[in-house]
Ligand binder design. Sequence first.
Ligand code: ADP
Ligand code: MG
Length: 238
Amino acid sequence: EQEVDEYRKGLAIRVSGFDVPKPIKLFEECGFSTALMGAITKQGYEKPTTIQCQALPIVLSGRDVIGIAKTGSGKTAAFVLPMIVHIMDQPELDKGEGPVGVICAPTRELAHQIYLEAKKFAKPYGIRVGAVYGGVSKLDQFKELKAGCEVVVATPGRLIDLLKMKALTMLRATYLVLDEADRMFDLGFEPQMRSIVGQIRPDRQTLLFSATMPYKVERLAREILSDPVRVTVGEVGM
Ligand code: ADP
Ligand code: MG
């Protein structure tokens, strides 16, 4: 335990919450399949970044996580890799309808980046990733969702539009990520975030990532996450 504390300290990782899984040093400790390890290597990722070292084992254990680390620290893979594992763990994946994984990001550009990263890791499994954000034909997105997606990467407004149009059902969505939560608030997406969360079953796993943690983000996190583990890397603004 002391060794774990020292390791965290050396990486400037702080954690809070009950029974926090210990950080890893190598991707090999995650129990990923050969296919997923291959995709990680292909991406050129040799070892996990600091946030990944601590967040991966926690998310893989099924816990809700508040992840706070600055931009460029590798937060995307910290939620995308366990999402792939979560999806592949679903029994009768081919029989259900609607996404299992739902990722929300504040802007089209951010959503698109996540979409590209998710696609790379989803590809070896044939997991279909749908992109749901503005600036792309809504009808095309409607059709893509109707054809079936196990993952949806979305900006909040467009996702709500498509939910209203019944382009997708959230019935089996069990893995929800709110990325760049602080920016979502800055852009006025709090009502949309709450609406989306309200449409997803409460027994989901919920992950909230942010570069800063102002009070309003903290408050939302407390409302929508269950028994979360909080992981902070480095110094973080409010
Ligand atoms: P954040 O969301 O924290 O801003 P990203 O997930 O966008 O950061 O990652 C930042 C960059 O680091 C990306 O180019 C990504 O491909 C790269 N990256 C992520 N994880 C690793 C890793 N384990 N090893 C090397 N590069 C990585
Ligand atoms: Mg990011």
